[in-house]
Design a protein around this ligand. Sequence first.
Ligand SMILES: C[S@@+](CC[C@H](N)C(=O)[O-])C[C@H]1O[C@@H](n2cnc3c(N)ncnc32)[C@H](O)[C@@H]1O
Length: 352
Amino acid sequence: MTGRGMSDRTRGRGPGAKSGPSGHIPVLLDFVLEALAPQDGELYVDGTFGAGGYSRAILEAADCRLLAIDRDPQALATAQKFSEHYKDRFSFLPGRFGEMARLVKGAGADQVDGIVLDVGVSSMQIDEAARGFSFAEEGPLDMRMSRRGLSAADVCNSFKETDLARIIAAFGEERRARTIARAICAEREVKPFESTLQLADLVTSVIGRRPGAARHPATKTFQALRIYVNRELDELASVLVAAEQLLKPGGRLVVVSFHSLEDRIVKQFLVHRALPKSRPSRHLPESADEAFQPSFKLLNKRAITPTKDEQDANPRARSSRLRAAIRLDAPLIPFGLDQVKIPQVPDPDKAL
Ligand SMILES: C[S@@+](CC[C@H](N)C(=O)[O-])C[C@H]1O[C@@H](n2cnc3c(N)ncnc32)[C@H](O)[C@@H]1O
């Protein structure tokens, strides 16, 4: 893929198009459209609706229909504007994209022509201090996209030190995870965690701020807690399997991710699905070979990254990576997700 300028058809049209309802700038949008190649009459799924940047561009690029999913109740207000504008071409399905197969079937569709995902948090979520995602602003230590389940404060206040250290090491790739976990457990004896700055200041005080470092010392700890409370990597692994199930032959999967943990999962899955496999046992009949044909063809061998212009215009795009693949006419690969490596941490549903 080479990337093309966005056409006049897709620029500046649809609800909230001029400024974006929230200041969220869609990342790698030209490449997303090029990879998805929306066509008239087809059905697409945007698994991460957010401020609707991708959904709007898809609906403006072709006379297609689109199902949009988001787990954040705040996405609903934008979705309502889309429904008023695009009428029955657009439907919003509140929920988790890990449950995409169930949500899409519940909306009456068995198969779709394309799926797009822009995983992670939106600018609205980070910028609204009350959501508790930001280490730079005072807010409740929350970080739940759906506003349900364990909050980041619950994790800091009640998890065992060893479990905290595993979460911070696995999902933050933080070298000093054990030191930070020990400090969290000592601090909560004095004052339970309530606010973002309480945690950000504590992490800064224990690991220090490297002179000249661009990154805040608490960046990795916040990333780890956010990924954990939202089960982001499990969600991603589940939606990849759902995409294999839902896409028609020729249907396209486009995934934009923002850090190496996510990108690794997408890459491992797609590379595995795109390689021919030998029959796992010679005792299986030859006819079983059909079940081990590649189910996807990669659209790009390497991940697509933003141009310098895009990075300058939108610093949040800097770490984004796009991978895309076309569903082939082969059955579902009958393996689970063994080849997708997700760090093992306590199950949030059973942790307390
Ligand atoms: C980066 S934003 C997407 C922005 C969107 N592409 C746009 O242009 O406006 C990610 C969105 O996905 C949602 N999200 C993240 N993980 C999700 C999940 N597992 N299920 C459903 N929605 C999810 C977040 O709530 C957020 O609104």
